[in-house]
Design a protein around this ligand. Sequence first.
Ligand code: MN
Length: 318
Amino acid sequence: MSNLEGQPAEVELPVDTDAAPCAELLEGRDVPLGRYTVVRRSLPNKSRRTVGAWCFLDHFGPEDVTGTPGMRVPPHPHIGLQTVSWLMSGEVRHRDSLGSDQVIVPGQLNIMTSGRGIAHSENSPTARPPILHGLQLWVALPEGERHRAPAFQHIADLPELADGGTRIIVAVGELEGARSPAEVHTELVGADVRLAGGADIAVRADFEHAVVVTEGVARVEGVQVAPGSLLYLGANRDRIRLEAEDGARLFLLGGVPFEEDLVMWWNFVGRSHEEIVEAREDWTRGADRFGVVPGGEEPLPAPGLPTTRLMPRPRYRR
Ligand code: MN
């Protein structure tokens, strides 16, 4: 998915604490995604830019796409990140400039590594189920990996954990001994959790964690969380307590705190103003760096740059 804001602003971050255990409920914001859809964006947030290397989180739907265009995200570029596409309902067709053409359905993962540059499109297939509901996440690539060649991985079979009424799919990284085959470049976890009652999930104490609820209402470490906000839990925890009397579904994010300062603008994750300007110019002039997405759709033009310099920013304001 793309950041389709016409004038994406840099995100200002307030004062932060360290990574001690905490429970901060961070409000998401509604962002239009093209003409047809509004998404709830939880990352980057006013008070948190990243959770581990997770640097972007949009929650879309559930939305009835019968008789609508559904998801329409034309070809657009990325640098410096991986995109993680996750569905709770519906189908999305991914095409990219490597030639990948892959529909995903719930329970499967599409993970695209932009490295130094890639372009992709995401659209609802012509024949599709009525309800579209999912998450689009980005993972920042660390310095040693961010200029690598682009790649795309589709994983149809992911490890599942079941305990009582709880079912967990480990989409990315490792949780309670179950490891996703998704190729990632920092230590992190992303897991879909369906709760029927209560559960204690064992987590790594050196990770910071956060939870978004995608269906129902859950209590996470005693804090009520509903769709639309992100509960940031800090680090130095061995377990996370989850409860949902009437059932709920959520996505758990975690990772080793990402200590590199990032410049995030539009669909680019970099380290300097100049890099972002160069990526924008490369996209605008159709440079080989990004390639061509099959399908013949008109590519998305880059928005204008802000009049001020883009500044590298830490995961929280120092
Ligand atoms: Mn995208």
